[in-house]
Write a protein that binds this ligand. Sequence first.
Ligand code: CUA
Length: 165
Amino acid sequence: MRLKKLRFFLILTAVLCCIPATRFYEIDLPLFRFLKGQNRVDPLSLHLSGEFVESNLGTAREADGSITVRMIAQQYLFVPHCILVPAGVPIRLRVTSADAVHSLSFSDANYAVKVVPGNVSEARLQFPHAGEYKMPCREFCGAGHYAMRSRCRNVSRPVPQIAAG
Ligand code: CUA
């Protein structure tokens, strides 16, 4: 009888451990980043202080000459709505979420940046030619998901060279 109870308990524990393991971006990734201690932000105070205040969003040239684009994803828009980036220059994209899990993608490119509240997602991009990209959200994030899109101007039509995530 005791052995049966123990077996039941072990099976139940195994099943309960399997459920969070299937939710990588909601549980494992934030946990990993929390333990790593990097790129943590408070989603409730994004607009008030820190790296993602309104005046710091969009395209910026850093002190070392590199280009950084900062964005916020929230139900149901990306801020800023349209970004302007130079073609042929490596760009560092830093994006975070104010509410739910979103996914910032580039039309014509099979690539998306998953955005989780509380964390900053980072990607490195380079657009070889001038042009325009649509940047829709690819993660279902609520009723307005299908209208959640942004634009990236002065970039090329071909697939951008994207490294790391
Ligand atoms: Cu944001 Cu779908």
